[in-house]
Design a protein around this ligand. Structure first.
Ligand SMILES: Cc1cc2nc3c(=O)[nH]c(=O)nc-3n(C[C@H](O)[C@H](O)[C@H](O)COP(=O)(O)OP(=O)(O)OC[C@H]3O[C@@H](n4cnc5c(N)ncnc54)[C@H](O)[C@@H]3O)c2cc1C
Ligand code: SF4
Length: 584
């Protein structure tokens, strides 16, 4: 039996960054808001108090803050010719569960996309001609511009207290920042973090080669900071256990450390944890609310005037498909939109070691390091190179975790006594450089409902079909060559280049930057949501998150996820509430 609850103005599915930002904005406008979160409540310090030694096995290796595959997983295959199998141990990416979502255990590398990223398709055609684009790419313009999103990037950076140095202040290029970024209205709220040795060597080598190094914009704060909502965060201690952990110092921006103290005091907001949304109910072209089940197994219906689906890329797509909202994408005909435009991130790396230098990788954070953006986006001529896209290149002192984070010299076995000896010898003397590359959506990369495997509630799992497109591999090899050149200029005693190759594997960790599947756009024929992330089919349903990206540029996604969420929240409070209906 389903228990019908008292109606509210807005119900939010998922309480990560997307859900929390919407909850704050809508409840501050006076709406009654309920958020449903499948995982449990947690404080970031509860999982990782500063007084206790970090448990790398529990959190980093066994993924304690991540959804258990037995509770919910996805099936995977590289192409339609294969049968998809369920992922039974997370590897390539780590879907979150629990209050705060991935915002608790993310690194905090907080980027804005470039202006040209939002108009990739039209800019590429205008510059290189239509024939330059491989025919099976399904890239699209976003329907929103950088200039429209700039105030929302700014608002998110100030909610978090991001530490960084501007490179383009109102059109003026600034020394020490990223000269390729879009113009920003004001400086970062806090100064950059202090650079450890390896990123300093990387910066020197990049400068030697004529590049433009700058500090990674970071949600691990360089100093204590009070945000515009009056919430104070602490300063990062460079503890080295950041990614995959909560922060015991309240120094990493997360929904708990930036928004929750305010939300807690609002009587018109409530968060219901251990509540899993099963479907978005709709009738007559309108969402009616959400059916969900709690930890006891009881089923409820929460009626609401507005439904906000903020359940991360995979669950956003699955809930749309399970609820029969929008036309599912068919890769054979190319018709349909839900599940179309899935994309990922094309990463590669170079490991290097120095016999005579102590790099001390235990001095680390999630978003600590030096970056060059010279080979990202489209500010260099792609014509002779024969691909589109690019990557940022970085030396990030990301986590000093001794179990997982230890490059060893070439030729050393991956296990056993000689591996242990090599780790003990090289741990303090090694670092790894990263290329974080773009991923273009293409016809064969998509999500649909699996015909064979079901979850514990008997609902089909989501099926992911994905492989790297030749364009992305070509791009990745090119930027990895540039990364290797910087590595050589650092004059290491040894280095190992890890190029990205097909087929894509779900086993080694790459990034939790899964995007698309409920893509945004100005044309309803090729998108699921409009530029305000409002469903084309149900005007009172908003689908928020990286699921809206039509493809993925060469940056981490969360700054843009947040900017899009805040852009949507303004459209809801300033326009939709006055005249409920389509906003575009
Ligand atoms: C290890 C790691 C490191 C990362 N580092 C970075 C970084 O440095 N920079 C960056 O930009 N990004 C990073 N990311 C990605 C970043 O975490 C995500 O982009 C961001 O958290 C997305 O926020 P979200 O609210 O859209 O989704 P999520 O944070 O995933 O939140 C969605 C929430 O919905 C809940 N949910 C799902 N399904 C249901 C359901 N049916 N019912 C109820 N609740 C549901 C989930 O439990 C979850 O809490 C990282 C991710 C990981 C895992
Ligand atoms: S590295 Fe800094 S922000 Fe990250 S968990 Fe440690 S103290 Fe917190």
């Amino acid at each position: 039996m389903t228990l019908r609850l008292k109606p509210v103005d807005a119900v939010i599915i998922g309480f990560g960054w997307s859900g929390a930002l919407l909850a704050e904005a809508l409840s501050s406008a006076g709406l009654s808001v309920v958020a449903l979160e499948r995982g449990r409540w947690r404080d970031t310090a509860e999982n990782f108090p500063p007084s206790r030694a970090p448990d790398e096995l529990r959190y980093a290796v066994r993924h304690d803050l991540v959804v258990k595959p037995a509770e919910n997983t996805i099936t995977f295959r590289n192409s339609v010719a294969q049968m998809a199998l369920p992922i039974r141990a997370w590897g390539s990416f780590l879907p979150a569960s629990g209050a705060g979502g991935g915002g608790v255990h993310w690194n905090g590398q907080t980027w804005r996309f470039r202006p040209s990223d939002f108009t990739l398709k039209s800019d590429t055609i205008a510059r290189y001609g239509k024939r330059f684009l491989p025919p099976d790419l399904s890239i699209e313009d976003w329907g929103v511009t950088y200039d429209q999103l700039e105030p929302y990037y700014d608002r998110f950076e100030y909610i978090c207290g991001i530490s960084g140095k501007s490179g383009n202040l109102r059109g003026r290029i600034e020394a020490g920042g990223n000269p390729f970024e879009g113009p920003r209205a004001r400086e970062y709220p806090t100064p950059p973090m202090t650079m450890p040795y390896a990123p300093t060597l990387f910066a020197e080598a990049s400068r030697e080669l004529g590049y433009h190094p700058f500090p990674q914009p970071s949600a691990n704060l360089s100093q204590a900071y009070t945000n515009p909502l009056g919430v104070t965060l602490g300063a990062c201690t460079y503890c080295g256990f950041c990614e995959r952990f909560g922060c015991g110092n309240y120094a990493k921006a997360s929904p708990q450390t930036t928004l929750m103290p305010v939300l807690r005091r609002r009587k018109n907001f409530s968060l219901r944890t251990e509540c899993t949304a099963l479907a978005i109910d709709h009738e007559g072209g309108k969402a009616r609310g959400v059916t969900y089940t709690d930890a006891s197994g009881e089923v409820f219906f929460q009626p609401a005037e507005i439904v906000l689906c903020c359940a991360y890329t995979f669950e956003n797509i699955r809930l749309l498909l399970l609820s029969g909202i929008g036309a599912p994408y068919d890769p054979q005909t190319g018709r349909g939109v839900v599940g179309r435009n899935y994309a990922y991130q094309t990463t590669s790396s170079v490991a290097l070691g120095f016999d005579g230098k102590l790099l001390n990788p235990f001095i680390g954070a999630g978003a600590l390091g030096t970056v060059v953006d010279d080979w990202n986006g489209d500010h260099y001529d792609h014509g002779p190179l024969g691909f589109i896209g690019g990557a940022y290149l970085a030396a990030l002192a990301t986590n000093g975790r001794p179990i997982l984070n230890h490059p060893v010299p070439p030729g050393v076995p991956r296990w056993g006594a000689s591996w242990k000896r090599a780790v003990a010898k090289s741990y303090l003397r090694t670092t790894r450089l990263l290329a974080q590359g773009s991923s273009l959506s293409h016809r064969g990369a998509y999500c649909d409902l699996d015909p064979n495997y079901r979850d514990r509630f008997g609902r089909p799992l989501l099926r992911l079909t994905f492989d790297f497109h030749p364009n992305d591999l070509k791009m990745s090899h090119f930027v990895t060559g540039k990364l290797a050149a910087i590595a050589r200029a650092m004059r290491p005693d040894w280095m190992t280049i890890a190029n990205r190759e097909a087929p894509y594997s779900v086993v080694p960790y790459q990034s939790t930057h899964n995007v698309g599947g409920a893509a945004m756009g100005a044309d309803r024929g090729s998108s699921v949501v409009n530029p305000y992330l409002q469903s084309w089919d149900l005007a009172n349903l908003f689908v928020i998150g990286a699921s809206a990206f039509p493809q993925n540029p060469g940056y981490n996604p969360t700054g843009t996820v947040a900017a899009l969420a805040l852009h949507a929240s303004d459209a809801i409070t300033q326009r939709y509430l006055r005249a409920p209906g389509p906003l575009a």
